[in-house]
Write a protein that binds this ligand. Structure first.
Ligand code: TYM
Length: 328
């Protein structure tokens, strides 16, 4: 049996990168042979300021989205990170074996703290350690993530090995799983950058909740190039990204999409792509709205998930306490 785990920040907007990089792969990995865990990392979200009422809504929205994409709570333990306090407890222990230098090297921290002075939160700096705790607490074998999280999963591997060397075999060393297509959806207005919800311009990402008109507007203004043919060429980064999105929302191979647009230009292609994206998102949006109408049912699913997760987490934490010598 493999234990497969991933998590996402409930920070309001989920974009199609989150969907293709992490949520969909997790749906595809549900099977009787695996034990899967998926959770909303609300304690990661508060590493940057959050409005409490919004955060609450975002956690429910995240849960509604996972369920709508196809997460089945009978097959995947679905919960909210803060409800299993062992995550923060283990994070503290791991803080004490982590090095300042290895955290300073994390590219996401460098990006997020860029231009900010020393008022950047300690939480933002220590964030990858909490992520390592999320993973190691459950003896996770496989962590499906987008390419941007690879470095963080590698830190979790290093910490597992360091702890095991120092205190004896305790943690499974996890392996990141990054899908070939969809693990790095690029920004629409700058194909050199990854699609990100914290981007300055809303035009850079497609939110899962964007309506048809918004999707059309954003795709029409997506940056491409001055060539006129529709073909897959990695050097034509804007077009390559749009073709990848086209393939992911339709399930068609990129080559098939290319052949459908033979002899046509960007105008037709973008209209076709916007239509395909909306055809993919519309039913999903209806399902999400449906789940959000019954908050109590969502909370019940998350509560049950937290209880199941805690059974695993509390056993692991007991072992950790014994290993480090605080268990009398
Ligand atoms: P977060 O919330 O930033 O992103 C959630 C997931 O979406 C993926 N992703 C993308 N995939 C493809 N293209 C993109 N443009 C794109 N942008 C984001 C991310 O790689 C991620 O898989 N620290 C993590 C959350 C976390 C976690 C964990 C993940 C906390 N604990 C334990 C795995 C295991 C984060 O902030 O992801």
């Amino acid at each position: 049996m493999n234990r497969i785990l991933t998590a996402l920040q409930p920070s309001g907007i989920l974009h199609i990168g989150n969907l293709f990089g992490a949520i969909e792969p997790m749906v595809g990995l549900q099977s009787d042979e695996n034990e899967n865990l998926l959770f909303a990392v609300d304690y990661h979200a508060i590493t940057v300021p959050q409005k409490p009422a919004e955060l609450r809504r975002n956690i429910l929205f995240a849960a509604a989205t996972y369920l709508s994409v196809g997460i089945d709570p009978a097959k995947t333990i679905l919960f909210q990170q803060s409800r299993v306090s062992e995550h923060t407890e283990l994070a503290w222990v791991l803080n004490c074996i982590s090095h300042m230098g290895e955290l300073e090297r994390m590219t996401q921290f460098k990006d997020k703290s860029q231009g900010k002075d020393l008022s950047v939160s300690v939480g933002l700096f220590a964030y990858p350690i909490l992520m390592a705790a999320d993973i190691l607490l459950y003896d996770t074998n496989i962590v499906p993530v987008g390419a941007d999280q690879k470095q963080h999963v590698e830190l979790a591997r290093d910490l597992a090995e360091r702890f095991n060397n120092r205190f004896g075999e305790t943690f499974v060393v996890p392996v990141p799983q990054i899908r070939k297509e969809g693990a790095r959806i690029m920004s629409l207005d700058d194909p050199e950058k990854k699609m990100s919800k914290s981007a300055e311009s809303e035009k850079s990402y497609i939110s899962i909740m964007d309506d048809e008109a918004t999707v059309m507007k954003k795709i029409k203004s997506a940056m491409t190039d001055s060539k006129s043919t529709i073909e897959y060429d990695e050097k034509r980064k804007g077009l390559a990204n749009l073709l990848t999105i086209y393939s992911l929302v339709t399930g068609k191979h990129v080559n098939q999409v290319v052949s459908e647009y033979e002899g046509k230009g960007y105008g037709d292609f973008k209209v076709g792509l916007a239509g395909a994206v909306s055809a993919y998102l519309s039913p999903l949006q209806e399902k999400i709205k449906g789940y959000l109408e019954s908050e109590d049912a969502l909370i019940k699913i998350l509560d049950e998930g937290a209880q199941r997760a805690q059974v695993i987490a509390s056993k692991k934490m007991e072992l950790v306490r014994k290993k480090i010598g605080v268990q009398l």
